[in-house]
Write a new protein. Structure first.
Length: 371
């Protein structure tokens, strides 16, 4: 039988003691500062006991211990190196310092929201907070699946993205794109043109092979990528494997580039001078940034001209041109390799126009008025 009773500590402080019978038939007690918290705990505990998933406080490990086990399982699953780096950062820089000492049974949904608020108070970005909470949710899913936790308090957490951050992808203007194309030279020109008209990610460009470029069919296939450590591997998701059409300029540029492209065992389209995977940093520092400066596409920082756009801006430029050409949202999603249509709308929804739907709506209004 579950009970709640008020108790006065020797210090004179009043607390509420929740008592219940666990799944093994043992009487358990837990202390709370308010009756409301005690009531909430008992409701949850009774449900977990009935479902056979309840874990008493005394048998619960800490969030930090569970996070360590989750990270070990992620390593054994041979996840992508960059993914593991991010997971470790979330655990060691955010989760462990703030709630690592709490037992899994002590973390509630309100406590997860408090964790997010603490990160915000530290000046963390909305994206950092969101990803850290996602990693905390993965820790609890891992723990629940192994009987280490009776519930996942992150499951009901909904973090709103800041309206100030929404729709803030920086898309280069047509004038800037023309200036960049005019200034692009040498081996960087075919890379920039391909990125601008296909929307491939820089990792996908670095891993692109000539065998994946079909000049007759005028398309290329994304089937692999090069990570931050220049390791070749498959795209990060199933949607990342896709066919992308080539514009006339991209097609002609690749035809010409193939004749002078450095050769190598990897058959790469945009390799280093030695035919190996080109470093991400080299593309930026030797190609992309200097090209913008030469084109006059700059911002002034400390009295010096600096490149205005990051490389990902070319991906946004491609997406905006796909949308302007009246591609359907689903087609844009496919070509961009987004995991879902929701991602496409979250990033580019404000660019879509549906004139036909607007006209249909206006016709319906008229029909309702005039019968």
């Amino acid at each position: 039988m579950a009970t709640i009773r008020k108790r006065t500590l020797p210090s004179g402080k009043a607390v509420w003691l929740a008592g219940y019978i666990d799944g093994a038939g043992k009487r358990r007690f837990r202390q709370f500062p308010t009756k409301k918290e005690a009531d909430g705990f008992l409701t949850r505990a009774r449900s977990e006991v009935a479902s056979g998933v309840h874990v008493p406080d005394s048998q619960s490990m800490t969030v930090g211990q569970a996070a360590d086990e989750w990270l070990r399982s992620a390593e054994e699953a041979e996840l992508e190196r960059s993914t593991l780096v991010h997971y470790r950062a979330h655990v060691n820089e955010h989760i462990r310092p703030l709630i690592g000492g709490l037992k899994l049974t002590q973390v509630t949904t309100p406590r997860v929201y408090a964790f997010a608020d603490e990160l915000k108070a530290q000046g963390r970005s909305q994206e950092t907070i969101r990803r850290s909470v996602q990693s905390l949710g993965r820790v609890f899913r891992y723990a629940k699946g192994r009987g280490l936790a009776g519930q996942n308090p992150v499951a009901d957490v909904k973090l709103r993205r800041s309206k100030r951050d929404a729709g803030r992808v920086e898309i280069p203007s047509r004038e800037d794109l023309r200036a960049i194309l005019a200034a692009a030279e040498g081996r960087w020109r075919p890379l920039i043109i391909t990125a601008m008209f296909t929307g491939l990610r820089i990792s996908e460009l670095r891993g692109l092979r000539w065998s994946d470029v079909d000049l007759k069919r005028r398309l290329l296939t994304v089937s692999q990528r090069a990570d931050a450590w220049s390791k070749i591997g498959p795209p990060k998701s199933e949607s990342g494997t896709r066919d992308v059409p080539l514009s006339p300029m991209a097609l002609n540029t690749l035809r010409e580039w193939r004749l002078g492209c450095p050769k190598g065992d990897l058959d790469l389209v945009f390799p280093s001078g030695a035919g190996q995977v080109e470093y991400h940093a080299n593309i930026l520092s030797r190609g992309w940034y200097p090209t913008q400066v030469a084109a006059g596409v700059v911002v002034m920082k400390d009295g010096k001209p600096k490149a205005r756009y990051n490389f990902h801006a070319l991906r946004h430029a491609a997406a905006s041109m796909f949308i302007e050409s009246r591609m359907t949202p689903k087609r844009v999603q496919t070509i961009m390799g987004h995991s879902s249509i929701t991602v496409t709308f979250d990033i580019y929804g404000h660019l879509f126009e549906d004139d036909e739907a607007d006209q249909a709506a206006m016709r319906t209004i008229e029909e309702r008025i005039f019968g």
